[in-house]
Design a protein around this ligand. Structure first.
Ligand code: 6OK
Length: 373
């Protein structure tokens, strides 16, 4: 365990990188995928099961936890790690994105955002300063700047104004964060899909100085082609010796394409949320377990998978418990999906370290069906 926060790049292969982030609560192997634990739980998973899938870090959300049970209550109970029984690193998102996507009656000003809770309609306010205070109360190891992520479609003027507001909020976040050894503050690049705005944002963040740099404003409906178009240049705009975190991504092929373009960290609700809707990700494509064709199938989801769902259960069983809405259905499909996402990350880390990423990427795409299998 290191007393401080640091990042060591251990190998590169083309634009792809592998490394290790050291924190007082443990190491994070990069490229890393972070399961999402929005309300102090990775839904349908015990923390020890999340660890068993290979996760080194998970994500929490300021927005959800400030509303319920409140950051103050979690702090009184010893902080988020103790509260949810996860003693490894936690990264918390800062709330801005979730306010814009979940809250009602939002009002955005230079100061911050006021909104009504989507849970009980109560009034709340988030500012860079309050977001930093909440993330400190939670005790998160990696704190995200409070930013604004413009909804698409947005014209260049709107994207530019929003990005510049986020850069002013990044400075206020850094000021409010203060000096906290062992804890990291990540800046978030904005600028939509416009290269000049992305460059302006990267320069603004560099001038302020952060422990890591996120690429925000993507995975908001722009589509994979436009996202990869931004990732062809955006990671390279950020400091080479700091972690680069792509927020909210994604499907397996999004993740592989992002790592190929220099991204070190990602998070997405997809593996857990789709697990609960019966969608399983496998090497050969996606399986929609509720489809009748699986009702009599004695085979596992994926013959090559070593997760508990694939070792001990048939598609027929998974089909049955999903149709019967049995709780174990969410448990097994979520576990499988998180295990598979971590298998992808482990495969890429090894391939980059051994200089064979291109071959690994080609093998990943070969034999994957487009639609459901
Ligand atoms: N602070 C901050 N946080 C973000 C979170 C994000 N999350 C996304 N995308 C998630 C998209 C997403 C939503 C739901 C599902 C489940 C299947 O439908 C999958 C992906 N983009 C994001 C951008 C930002 C951002 O700029 N700033």
């Amino acid at each position: 365990m290191s007393a401080a926060f640091s990042f060591a790049l251990t190998a590169t292969d083309g634009a792809a990188r592998s490394g290790v982030i050291s924190t007082p609560r443990g190491e994070i192997r990069t490229p890393a995928f972070m399961p999402v634990g929005t309300a102090a739980t990775v839904k349908a998973m015990m923390p020890e099961s999340v660890r068993a899938t290979g996760a080194d870090i998970l994500l929490g959300n300021t927005y959800h936890l400030m509303l319920r049970p409140t950051a103050e209550r979690i702090a009184r109970l010893g902080g988020l790690h103790r509260f949810m029984n996860w003693e490894r690193p936690i990264l918390t998102d800062s709330g801005g994105f979730q306010v814009m996507s979940l809250a009602e009656l939002r009002k955005l000003t230079e100061e911050g955002v006021t909104f009504r809770s989507h849970i009980d309609g109560s009034r709340h306010r988030l500012t860079p300063e309050r977001s930093m205070e909440i993330q400190k109360l939670l005790g998160s190891d990696i704190v995200m700047c409070f930013d604004e992520c413009p909804a698409l479609p947005a014209d260049d003027k709107r994207v530019a104004e929003s990005m510049r507001l986020s850069m002013r909020w990044a400075a206020r976040s850094k000021e409010a964060f203060g000096d906290r050894p062992g804890h990291a503050l990540f800046g978030i690049q904005q600028g939509g899909v416009t290269q000049e705005l992305r460059a302006e944002s990267a320069e603004a963040l560099r001038a302020i100085g952060f422990d890591g740099y996120a690429i925000g404003g993507l995975a908001v409906g722009e589509g994979q082609e436009a996202m990869f178009g931004v990732l062809d240049y955006a990671p390279g705009m950020l400091p080479e010796d700091k972690p680069r975190y792509l927020m909210g991504v994604g499907k397996p092929d999004d993740i592989v394409g992002a790592v190929a373009r220099g991204v070190d960290m990602m998070d997405c609700v997809l593996p857990s949320r789709s697990g609960r809707t019966g969608q399983a990700f496998t090497r050969r494509g996606t399986v929609n377990i509720k489809n009748a064709r699986h009702a009599n199938d004695p085979r596992p989801l994926d013959e090559d998978c070593t997760c508990p769902a694939c070792r001990n259960y048939s598609r027929a069983y998974l089909h049955h418990v999903f149709r019967a809405q049995e709780i174990i259905s969410s448990m097994l499909l979520t576990w499988h999906n998180l295990h598979y996402f971590q298998e992808i990350m482990g495969g890429m880390r090894a391939a980059i370290a051994e200089g064979r990423f291109a071959a690994w990427q080609a093998a990943f795409h070969a034999g994957r069906a487009e639609g459901d299998i």
